[in-house]
Each structure stands twice: as C-alpha cells, then as structure tokens.
Ligand binder design. Structure first.
Ligand SMILES: [Zn+2]
Length: 219
C-alpha cells in the first residue's frame, strides 16, 4: 500500500485539496451504484457520521432503484461524481472520452440525479485529456485493495492517514466488514470523513499536460 505522491497528482492536473488542521480526510467510493450494497454503505456512513463522494458509472444505472438510492445519498449529505459511462479504461478510447463524459453527465441529469463536477478515470488511467472546463480530475492519496477478496487494510490505513488525504474505497459487497472496522476505529480516534469540496471551482491546482489535445477533443 503506497501513497500516490501529491507532486504527481499536481503534475497531471488532478485536484489536490488543501490539508485541514484537524483530523479530516476525504472519503471517495468508486464503482457504484450497486443496489443493496450501496444502501449498506450508506447505513455504515450514517453510523459513523461520515460523508463521502461516490464516483458512479452510468452502466450501473438501474431505472427501478438508482433514483431512490441517489435521493437518499444526496439527502444524507454525500455527493456523486462521475467514474465514466462504463468501467472501460480511457486508454481504449482517449479521443472520444470527452464526448462520453459529456453524454454520461446528460444521462444522469436527465434521470434527475445531479452530478458534482468531479471525474475519476477508471483504473486511474490518464490520457492527458481529462482537464476540460467544468470537470475536476480527482485521483487519490490512498487506493485501497478492497476490490479484492480477503484483504485487510483498515489498520494500515488508519496508521498512515494524514489530514486532508483522499481515500478510495470500492462498492463491493464482500468488503463491508473491513469498512466497518476502519470507520469505527477512525471515528473513535477522532477522524471525520468528508465529501470532496466542489465549491472552490475547477482546477485550483495543477495543469493540463496537453491543452492542445484538449481543444481537439470532440464536443
Ligand atoms: Zn473503478
């Protein structure tokens, strides 16, 4: 488990939040929505007064369940950003990425679910084309291996966590016991989880590696 250096995040134009003085960290949760698993995650977050930013995939949208799930999530103080239209690496379609994100945002909006202007590429695969007006690229400080079976990470993360770190967890039904362990221990040690701020405007830090390519992208 290694920290993703902040100089790298800045170099690729990712959003890097300022570090608060107190024990606050940014909790981000990828790969949803996942139906009842998301509901269980919301129950856990409520129990430990944690707020989070969820990065969701349009391919997992279900007309029967997702709107109600999103309404609960937003009412409880969490936010939803975009992980993509599906969990395909952006490296496979770099030049249509902008159009895909634009369309995914429209689909979510038309479904009555407002997205925060935050984007995290699947696998963290960067193309150099992520920085467009209106989107803030988000990577992480800690990416937990909770998408694998039988992983334990709660103790290590708690030991190495610094104020203002961005932590990634994943919506998987098999990982929730370790989530509970982490959230309860963090809460007991005075840590509070927050959603990523969105009100500061896009891209306060960093820069695009390829502004010329940005302009070439399909609208
Ligand atoms: Zn993912």
């Amino acid at each position: 488990m290694r920290r993703l250096p902040r100089f790298f995040q800045r170099l690729v134009g990712a959003y890097v939040p300022t570090r608060p003085q107190s024990r606050l960290f940014y909790l981000t949760i990828d790969d949803g929505p996942q139906g009842s698993t998301t509901e269980q995650i919301l129950d856990l977050l409520a129990l430990y007064q944690a707020k989070a930013t969820f990065f969701w995939l349009w391919s997992r949208y279900e007309a029967r369940h997702t709107p109600a799930l999103a309404a609960r999530l937003l009412a409880e103080g969490h936010t939803i950003g975009l992980h993509g239209d599906s969990h395909i690496s952006p490296w496979r379609h770099p030049f249509s990425l902008k159009a895909k994100l634009h369309q995914a945002k429209l689909l979510w909006t038309n479904a009555g679910i407002p997205l925060a202007p935050l984007y995290r590429p699947p696998y963290g695969h960067l193309t150099g084309l992520e920085r467009w007006q209106g989107w803030r690229l988000v990577l992480w400080d800690w990416l937990m291996p909770d998408y694998l079976y039988h992983t334990t990470w709660a103790d290590t993360l708690l030991l190495r966590l610094r104020a203002g770190d961005i932590v990634v967890l994943h919506e998987r039904r098999w990982g929730l016991a370790e989530w509970r362990k982490f959230l309860s221990a963090a809460y007991a040690s005075g840590w509070r989880a927050m959603a990523l701020p969105v009100e500061e405007g896009p891209q306060l830090y960093g820069y695009s590696l390829s502004p010329a390519l940005d302009r070439l992208c399909v609208e």
